[in-house]
Design a protein around this ligand. Structure first.
Ligand code: AMP
Ligand code: ZN
Length: 459
């Protein structure tokens, strides 16, 4: 089976064939670390994590880099507003982002480069662009000269006028062409800056990613990813400067973009203010349920976020973990994920289809009558879950976390269960029933099993 991915550059689904199967390379634009990530920001991290898992299962070495943008005007503004050093802000929110993504089951990428660790490489790349006539220096700035690259606009498929209007490109006296974009800009003493051949300054956003890619992954990478909003101008500009700095070498062989996460159909974004942060969602919802909700829509489709989306995800996972809980005592037969799950993911990461296959496995596990069947379906379910980054917890831990976040007093429930058991032993069934009703009134369901009484919070 071959992996088929939708390439934004060609607007078609293509078979994925890495340039070097011994070293597959993928780069995804990461967060600008100046505040909490919202759940829309988590979408690319989760989606490309699934792709990372899929590639890792197939190729011996996958180098996946996801960066941190730690030099940016929004960071400078936050530092000024809060009266704290820039590094205090970027360090804090880098750590929070890492922890939030880990809670969503996102594996650490192979590399997590920070922009500020790559200033010399950015300067080197800008010098290469100046040397080969694709950039020019003016008034402390260095600009990429868009008309010098005939391929400009190929990724976003916009003509120059549309691009200039759409991006509200800044008209500045030092620009030769209104579409030209900044590679380097001067810094005033109160702003972060680095010495450069053009004076003290700081990089433009686009050159950061190109320099990190060149440093860690090489001139040509297999997959470049990010959210749909990055196609223009960020990725269009990366493509232009990356290609020109390397004398026409292909910059990225495949471009992939996730669709927007919306709320009431409007794109979730800091500027609109309609955001809900991963951090606050995690206070009341297990990260795995958030992950399942994100993957419940195909990555290129919009995903409308609501309490309902999250509740459904949690119910579906409850069902799967309940099936696994029933077979706790049975050792799973180690299995590869079933072909149907792999085929779904191979078809441009069709996660909704893969999840439907997982639901079918849950049903098969629930209906399995023999121990060998149970062991087989359990193994398949866990292996399928591993590819999606779900169902890897002990069911007790899953239900335990739900108990912990439900507000139910677990110690009190345990005490009542013990009291009910004592009443039953004493054949005081009226008292046992009374205690059962008390427990039910707490919103807790109990189940008597051969090995004791278990409980869970009612949905
Ligand atoms: P930012 O920190 O704004 O640069 O965004 C980090 C990543 O999140 C980028 O890949 C964006 O394209 C992506 N992103 C931002 N908002 C959304 C959204 N509402 N839905 C999906 N992806 C988004
Ligand atoms: Zn980028």
């Amino acid at each position: 089976m071959s992996l088929i991915l939708y390439n934004t550059l060609t607007r078609t689904k293509e078979a994925f064939t890495p340039a070097d199967p011994a070293r597959v390379t993928m780069y995804v634009c990461g967060p600008t670390v100046y505040n909490y990530a919202h759940i829309g920001n988590a979408r690319p991290a989760v989606v490309f994590d699934v792709l990372f898992r899929l590639l890792t299962a197939r190729y011996p070495k996958v180098v996946y880099a996801r960066n941190y943008t730690d030099v940016d005007d929004k960071i400078n503004a936050a530092s000024k507003a809060q009266g704290v050093p820039i590094k205090a802000i970027t360090d804090k929110f880098t750590a929070i982002y890492r922890a939030d993504m880990a809670a969503l089951g996102v594996l650490p990428p192979t590399l997590e480069p920070c922009a500020t660790d790559h200033i010399p490489q950015m300067i080197g790349m800008i010098e290469a662009l100046l040397k080969n006539g694709h950039a020019y220096a003016a008034e402390g700035h260095v600009l990429f000269n868009v008309p010098s690259f005939a391929g400009y606009g190929q990724l976003s498929r916009r003509n120059l006028d549309e691009m200039i209007d759409g991006a509200r490109v800044e008209v500045a006296p030092y620009k030769k062409d209104p579409a030209d974009f900044v590679l380097w800009k001067p810094s005033t003493p109160d702003l972060p800056g680095w010495d450069s051949p053009w004076g003290r300054g700081r990089p433009g956003w686009h050159i950061e990613c190109s320099a990190m890619i060149e440093t860690h992954l090489g001139e040509t990478i297999d997959i470049h990813g990010g959210g749909h909003d990055l196609i223009f101008p960020h990725h269009e500009n990366e493509l232009a400067q990356g290609t020109c700095a390397h004398n026409g070498a292909t910059y990225a062989r495949m471009w992939m973009h996730n669709g927007f996460l919306t709320m009431d159909k409007a794109k979730m974004s800091k500027s609109l203010g309609n955001i809900v942060t991963v951090h606050e969602l995690l206070e009341s919802t297990p990260g795995e349920a958030l992950r399942w909700a994100i993957l419940s829509a195909h990555y290129r489709q919009p995903l409308d976020w609501s309490d309902e989306t999250v509740a459904q995800a949690k119910t579906t996972l409850d069902r799967a973990y309940r099936a696994l809980e029933q077979v706790t005592a049975i050792t799973a037969i180690p299995n590869a994920a079933p072909d149907a799950v792999i085929a779904a993911l191979d078809d441009d990461l069709n996660t909704p289809k893969a999840m439907a296959e997982i639901a079918a496995l849950v049903k098969a596990l629930n209906q399995a009558a023999t121990t060998p069947d149970k062991a087989r379906f359990k193994g398949q379910l866990v292996a399928a879950g591993r590819l999606l980054g779900v169902l890897q917890q002990d069911p007790t831990a899953w239900f335990g976390a739900a108990k912990a976040s439900s507000g139910v007093d677990a110690a009190e429930v345990e005490r009542l269960i013990a009291a009910r058991l004592a009443a039953r032993k004493a054949r005081d069934f009226r008292e046992a029933d009374r205690i059962r009703d008390t427990i039910a009134a707490m919103g807790v369901l109990i189940e008597d099993r051969a090995d004791g009484t278990t409980w869970r919070v009612a949905e």
